[in-house]
Design a protein. Structure first.
Lengths: 247, 247
């Protein structure tokens, strides 16, 4: 890639912008989540199916996710999956698609964000983290993932969707996963630029609730993450009503 | 000139002498002293880099002797020592600046770039069959948040941050002059004058030829690298002359 090589190892001395520095046991296409992922028996691979919702407000962002994992969308293999994880002091990522791919993706991004922070003495901006996530999704060994990256930085609140081909799109609110059309239907028309965190939380939970009612890949309660400039707060609920009643 | 017992230890870069020295690295520093000096001055509203070209013959095209190099929109480098070695590091730095943009979609910080370059230089002090870089760089620029920064690299691969510094031949004298004359609150224009005045200290007749001098500024307003043309340099030099007669 570059003409500069390490004199000791012969390895490329200029970093590959699309590859993680630490690869979490993967070796590109030959890795466990690599290009041969399609060869595997799809019936035994856990998918999140999933509805994950992110809504940005002036005070922070709210992310709500369902808790179901399924096999081939026909069998509920787990009823309490936490599909939103902290990956940054003020940022979260959702797990959407193959569970293994998404978990590995989260571990890698978390490490990269930590490395950035210790090297540069400041935490990575959410925009830079989204670019990094898009680069990895496009060039890396992760397939069949479609997460939401949401967070707060000096520039404000951000919600990004990351698609499996590396597409990175910022929005005021976004939904990914198999229940997306139901969740979007709930949010559309209700969203207001000036809405409070509490109202955004309510709307995000109701969007997941609507998807849980009709999408076979979504259900079994909700996880809610609230991210402000002060940090991340994630809580799980057995049913969506409990999350609504919380406030 | 050389101590008898050091001869065995000055052959390879990766061999310490019994008293803990890396002779090849020290020889590389000597190589830097053979070149003309370059100067960097950090002011509140930008960084100034200045150099004087050694024109061996009136037939040489002065513009072809490059000691100042643009790395990215917001960073430039002044070199002292082996020009050919400098060119390698300059291109390495240019690639790293672009990698940062590809990876994070944000401009690289001056400190990050300086450390990428010094880490690369360091590898040439710990590998067999190679020699260290016979060049020092002054890396000046404006961080994405608007902070002006000035760093120096040396053949050991150590990064140093400066308010103002001289690299290359006559360094001690020029550094002494800067220590006397530098004021932290000086503006960019005064920084240019100080840099040129410092360069003049290294000339036999203490006069700088505006055609042979090179000046680049990176200002906090535009975050942009700008090279001064010979007319601008000449007018700064005239001001300096005028200022001296006034005293």
């Amino acid at each position: 890639m570059s003409r500069f090589t390490d004199p000791l190892t012969g390895a490329d001395a200029v970093g590959d912008p699309t590859a993680p520095e630490l690869t979490d046991g993967f070796d590109g296409a030959s890795g466990a989540g690599g290009a041969n992922a399609g060869d595997r028996d799809e019936g035994s691979v856990n998918k999140t199916g999933t509805t994950t919702v992110g809504i940005a407000t002036d005070d922070g962002v709210v992310v709500a996710t369902d808790r179901r994992a399924s096999l081939g969308g026909r069998f509920v293999s787990n009823k309490s999956v936490q599909k939103v994880e902290q990956i940054h002091p003020t940022g979260v990522l959702t797990l959407v698609g193959s569970v293994g791919g998404a978990q590995s993706f989260i571990r890698t991004l978390r490490s990269e964000a930590d490395l950035y922070e210790v090297r540069k003495g400041e935490s990575i901006s959410i925009g830079a983290l989204a670019t990094l996530a898009g680069n990895f999704a496009r060039g890396g060994p992760w397939f069949a993932i479609n997460p939401i990256l949401a967070g707060v930085d000096e520039e404000g609140s951000h919600v990004y969707s990351i698609d499996p081909a590396g597409g990175v799109m910022a929005d005021d609110y976004t939904v990914t996963g198999s229940g997306m059309q139901l969740a979007y239907g709930t949010i559309e028309g209700e969203y207001d630029e000036a809405m409070s965190m509490a109202d955004a939380r309510d709307l995000a939970v109701r969007a997941v609730e609507a998807a849980s009612e009709r999408d076979t890949g979504s259900g079994n309660g909700v996880y809610v993450a609230e991210v402000t400039g002060d940090g991340v707060d994630i809580e799980g609920f057995d049913d969506t009503d409990a999350a609504l009643a919380e406030r | 000139m050389q101590d008898q017992n050091q001869q065995a230890y000055d052959r390879g870069t990766s061999i310490f002498s019994p008293d803990g020295r890396l002779y090849q690295v020290e020889y590389a520093r000597e190589a830097i002293k053979r070149g003309t000096a370059s100067v960097g001055v950090r002011t509140a509203d930008g960084v100034v880099l200045a150099a004087d070209r050694q024109v061996r013959s009136p037939l040489v095209e002065e513009q072809s002797i490059e000691k100042l190099h643009r790395i990215d929109d917001h960073i430039a480098v002044a070199s002292a020592g082996h020009v050919a070695d400098a060119r390698q590091l300059v291109d390495f730095a240019r690639e790293q600046a672009q990698v940062n943009k590809l990876r994070y979609d944000e401009p690289i910080g001056v400190e990050s770039l300086a450390k990428e370059v010094t880490d690369y230089i360091q590898r040439y002090t710990q590998s067999g069959g190679v020699r260290p870089f016979g060049v020092a760089l002054a890396i000046g620029g404006v961080d994405p948040d608007g902070t002006p920064k000035l760093f120096e690299t040396d053949p050991s691969g150590t990064p140093y941050e400066w308010k103002a510094t001289a690299i290359g031949g006559n360094r001690e004298a020029l550094q002494g002059f800067l220590e006397e004359e530098y004021r932290p609150d000086m503006d960019l224009d005064s920084g240019v004058s100080l840099a040129l005045e410092t360069i003049a200290q290294g000339e036999d007749d203490e006069a700088v030829d505006p055609q042979a001098a090179e000046v680049t500024v990176i200002d906090t307003e535009t975050h942009g690298v700008r090279s001064l043309d010979p007319e601008e340099i000449a007018s700064h030099l005239d001001e300096l002359d005028g200022g001296e007669t006034d005293e």
